[in-house]
Design a protein. Sequence first.
Length: 239
Amino acid sequence: MFDIIADKLHQAEKIVFVTGAGISQESGIPTFRGKDGLWRKYDAMKLATIEAFYENPKLVWEWYEERRSNIMVAKPNAGHLAIAELEKFKSVHVLTQNIDGLHQRAGSTQVYELHGSIITVKCTECDFKDAVRASFPDLPPICKCGKMLRPDVVWFGEPLPQNVWHAAMQQASSCNVMVVVGTSLVVSPANLLPVYAKQNGATLVEVNPEETLMSADMDLSIRSSAAKALPNLLAIFQR
Ligand code: BJW
Ligand code: ZN
């Protein structure tokens, strides 16, 4: 299996990775769904919509501040590092649903953050956007314009950043191999990316210990964790 995928990577002109929460699980960042997933403890609709935010901004901010402090001490794992290393040999683009910045910290340079970033904040009213440098003394933090700041992430019912989404669709539609890592593929429109790749005749590979909604559409599947599978794949690719 690893040999076949390594061959496909060798032959490919463009490789695209689509990643989700599962790739950061071995960095100590919980996934959303599944047995230890965040949505088991919290109600998504109470935390990840603009309505929930306006209803209880302090609660939503506390949740994001807790997650941000966890993410800031987390380190990229062997899965993130293997993807970054592959860039030394091939054209590699990473389309990630994650907001944790770990692909960039691992060294990947072509990263498209489909659902935004926990490292930046934006104003609910004006165009202000900035990196978070320290924890906020009061929650919710307030913009210079007087309105509330919010995490720069994409909540349910919100459009993805259009420039990022268009670029991601273009990469998906023009790749030869797409490796889908650590995502349940239940959230749209990110779950369309493998469909675009397939339409272009790309080989679809899944790296996930569990089956997903689109497992049947994959050409090859590795039922293993990202931090185990991806370094193995890289080692075989480099042989
Ligand atoms: C491992 C592993 C290991 C574990 N190694 N693998 C009905 C009502 C309302 C909306 C909708 C609806 N039906 C459809 C919608 C649309 C909605 C949607 O898709 N909802 C579904 C839940 C049904 N989508 C949207 O609303 C999107 N926007 C949109 O459609 O806009 C349209 C629009 C256009 C124009 C104007 C206005 C609107 C936006 C979606 C935003 C998603 N946001 C979140 C929160 C981001 C911020 C934050 O982090 O707090 O994004 S939700 C959450 O899910 C997060 C993730 O990025 C996303 C995907 O989750 P992911 O990454 O797949 O994680 P899991 O936990 O699901 O899966 C982990 C996987 O890893 C599992 O398979 C494990 O097996 C595996 N794994 N360990 C490898 N070690
Ligand atoms: Zn403002």
